[in-house]
Design a protein around this ligand. Structure first.
Ligand code: ATP
Ligand code: MG
Ligand code: MG
Ligand code: MG
Length: 572
């Protein structure tokens, strides 16, 4: 492809409203343009990257035994009413009515496609002999996101690969889930993006029923606790959205140290509700001896993180000013002689109970949890894991042993790029998708769903792979592999060699962009760095006199000088 035949409107200026590197670079490199908030046009370079990512996804889905189909974005609103998701999605579900003859047709634009595909399967599958089955599509989704942001990372219209598995039982579901999980790992490896598979909200099936694939990135909207040594990782999303950890039994007169750092739990009443105890009694039990402070036998300490000052007044009023001592972690530790439970990464969530401090036993704690058996349990900050905010897993430092593996836990931010989920029979029950078993009994089909944000693959790759000059494309999804730059486009010899390179490489299956613009070398080099194709070949009059051209990888500082034939061979 010649530069002059395509549209690559690169920008020198950094767009003012673009907050994150991928957004800035996608605008500057001429990959996308905004049409309205949450809706972007992909220009030729950007669209090629999207198509490369989609091709990898498609190949790996097929290799994992999934068959491609394609749904319309529109479906009747009744389907979403029957599943209960018209209400559950609320404003996120784009839907509207339009006249057809003297009727009104009310449609929803799919934010995902469980409802339409379950309805299809209900009509097309009737016997266990047709199962298991996994189907997928790469299709446009609509979500009226409350806050579209970060360029194409969160938009109202986006491209998703969504796959759905249908099976007779949990064994079949598990096999399909594992196949999808493995395919996801291959997809993200081939796309050249770093990823972390993290435990996520488990939903109706419970247990190990949902994983998100996260691209570790400073600007990610999700927070994840991660232990590099054990590979354990879990999303703190539920905690951040304020869902409460499960209730914890507190023995009536047990000496207890409580630390609370759960969003929304900023009052003592809320603490008690969280603990499942009556406020009055508990306040006395929990706090009455708080001022003992130094009494090793019966000390109780209360740490209310966050809004200390606001809470102090309430607690004082509740128990009487004299009796209150708000202890800090060091005090509790000194007094109880026990390691101090820590309420999860600061600003996130968690409740930790220390009971029976003489025996230095740590009661099961729940940190950053959204399900009873998920996330970190029975852990102590400092003893079991360390809290540190690191934006790059490679920077994770060794620390104290974590409960599973002996490695440190770190807190990382991530961009959710994929999600695999064991649905069970939620949709097949709601929409009546049943099969006849070998035993002649009718049962609901057991489903799984598996999503990947294609746009997020592209933006996520740029977010994690760039420098101050521009994008550094991973090979797997680069719009073109090779950038051929003739410096003197009016020189016949230079131009004919450039065209020859282009044609030979194309014929060898290496996509090429030929910068045939009549621009200064400085402009061409700056644009080449900005659009960041993996390899560039520069051809100049001066070099040709010595029979050489230059080959430079985007990741290398220096160019190599090679004879023309050797240059082509090097790029191939
Ligand atoms: P998020 O937590 O970021 O809102 P989600 O959990 O709502 O994402 P899913 O319903 O799991 O998203 O959809 C599957 C995939 O679709 C996500 O993993 C993500 O890659 C992509 N995706 C979801 N919402 C958007 C969006 N608004 N813009 C672009 N991609 C999206
Ligand atoms: Mg969402
Ligand atoms: Mg999510
Ligand atoms: Mg998700």
């Amino acid at each position: 492809m010649r530069w002059s035949h395509t549209l690559i409107p690169t920008l020198k200026e950094v767009p003012a409203d673009a907050e994150v590197p991928s957004h800035r670079l996608m605008l500057r490199a001429g990959l996308v343009r905004q049409v309205m908030a949450g809706a972007y046009t992909y220009l030729p370079l950007g669209w090629r990257a999207v198509q490369k990512a989609a091709a990898i996804v498609r190949e790996e889905m097929e290799a994992a035994g999934a068959a491609e189909l394609h749904f319309p974005a529109m479906s009747p609103i009744e389907l979403w009413e029957r599943s209960g998701r018209r209400e559950a999605f609320g404003n996120v579900l784009l839907n509207f009515a339009f006249p057809r003859g003297d009727r009104k047709v009310h449609v929803a634009l799919g934010p995902t496609h469980e409802e339409p595909i379950t309805d299809l399967i209900k009509q097309s599958v009737s016997s266990y002999k047709q199962l298991p089955l996994t189907l997928f599509q790469i299709q446009t989704k609509f979500r009226n996101e409350e806050r579209p942001r970060f360029g194409v990372l969160r938009t109202s219209e986006f491209l998703m690969k969504d796959a759905y598995s249908f099976g007779t039982d949990v064994e079949q579901l598990n096999a399909s889930y594992d196949a999808m999980y493995a395919a996801y790992c291959r997809i993200f490896e081939r796309c050249g993006i770093p990823y972390l598979a993290v435990e996520a909200e488990s939903g109706p099936i419970g247990g190990d029923a949902s994983h998100e694939f996260m691209i570790p990135a400073e600007n990610g909207e999700d927070a994840v606790v991660h232990c590099e040594a054990s590979g354990y990782a879990a999303n703190l999303e539920r905690a951040e959205t304020g869902r409460k950890p499960p209730k914890i039994e507190v023995p009536a007169n047990a000496p207890v140290a409580v630390t609370v750092d759960t969003p929304g739990v900023t009052t003592i009443e809320a603490v008690c509700e969280l603990l499942g105890v009556a406020p009055e009694q508990t306040l006395k039990t929990l706090l009455y001896t708080a001022d003992a402070g130094t009494d090793g036998e019966k000390t109780v300490a209360v740490l209310v993180r966050g809004d200390h000052e606001a809470n102090e007044g309430k607690i004082r009023r509740a128990v009487g000013a004299k009796t209150l001592a708000l202890a800090d972690e060091a005090t509790v530790q000194r007094v109880t002689g026990a390691p101090v439970g820590f309420a999860g990464p600061v600003g996130l969530t968690g409740v930790t109970l220390l009971a029976d401090h003489d025996a230095v036993t740590v009661q099961p704690a729940v940190v950053g949890a959204n399900a009873a058996d998920k996330h970190t349990k029975g852990v102590c900050c400092g003893r079991d894991w360390t809290v540190e905010t690191t934006h790059d897993l490679r920077d994770a430092r060794a620390g104290d042993p974590d409960p599973k593996s002996g490695g440190p836990m770190t807190l990382v931010r991530g961009i959710e790029v994929g999600h695999v989920f064991k649905l069970g029979t939620k949709y097949s029950d709601a929409l009546g998708a049943e099969f006849l078993g070998e035993d002649q009994k009718r049962r609901s089909i057991v489903m799984g769903c598996y999503g990947i944000g294609i746009n997020r693959i592209v933006a996520g790759a740029i977010e994690t792979s760039h420098d101050d000059r521009g994008i550094i494309w991973p090979k797997g999804i680069a719009p073109y592999q090779c950038h051929v730059i003739p410096l003197d486009v009016q020189d016949a010899e230079v131009m004919s060699l450039a065209e020859q390179f282009h044609d030979e490489l194309q014929a060898a299956g290496v996509d090429c962009l030929l910068d045939d613009r009549k621009e200064r070398p400085g402009v061409k080099f700056a644009d080449a760095d900005l659009i960041g194709l993996p390899t560039r070949i520069t051809i100049g009059k001066r070099g040709l006199k010595d029979g050489v051209v230059e080959v430079k990888r985007r990741t290398d500082a220096e160019a190599e000088t090679l004879a023309p034939d050797a240059a082509v061979a090097r790029v191939r």
